[in-house]
Design a protein around this ligand. Sequence first.
Ligand code: ADP
Ligand code: MG
Ligand code: MG
Length: 212
Amino acid sequence: VQPLDTAWAVRWIRETARVVAENRALLIDLDRVIGDADHGENLDRGFSAVVAKLDAGDAPGTPAAVLKQVAMTLMSTVGGAAGPLYGTAFLRAATSLGDAGEVDAAAAAAMIRAARDGIVARGKAEVGDKTMVDAWTPATESAETAASAGATPPEVLAAAANAAHAGAVATEPLIARKGRASYLGERSAGHQDPGAVSTALILQAASEAAGG
Ligand code: ADP
Ligand code: MG
Ligand code: MG
């Protein structure tokens, strides 16, 4: 079982940057139909800046320090709705980890819960509003269930990633009630929410980085 240590956190973030770049066009296309076609561009810019910082600076000393650097960089480089929301998510995730050198199963679930609750506190969306909350919420629940059942830390991340993916797929028929997509009303139905899809990518990257 791979430890969720600082090296894991760095792999997570580098893998996120890679999959966001790989799915840039997909995220742009999803945001074109129900938003303003910039989600893939916004996130690619943000995570490219994050990787540039990792390449340039001293390696952060704890998983939390990695996530805090991500939060600060996303807040200053990603505009729109997603920048502050993901910035808050990574900042809360970092805070929940404290100065631990390694993240155990319960702490991994708590980290995902903290990120999700930060997004809800910031954006005030509820489940079913067709936002990234519809991916983060089932991810949180599955992670907590797995951790309570004695799963390993990588298994907790895999459970979160799978649930986030299912949650993103399930946004397709929903009518958006928050963010730009809500301006479309009923016409927002029939397409997955871009932020829910990018959430699934981010959590899948966390799982991949742990060997899942
Ligand atoms: P913008 O809409 O400003 O162009 P992005 O395109 O980068 O920003 O991000 C759009 C995504 O942000 C949406 O797909 C949705 O998941 C998420 N989002 C928007 N508003 C909220 C909110 N209030 N709460 C949670 N997520 C939101
Ligand atoms: Mg947009
Ligand atoms: Mg925009």
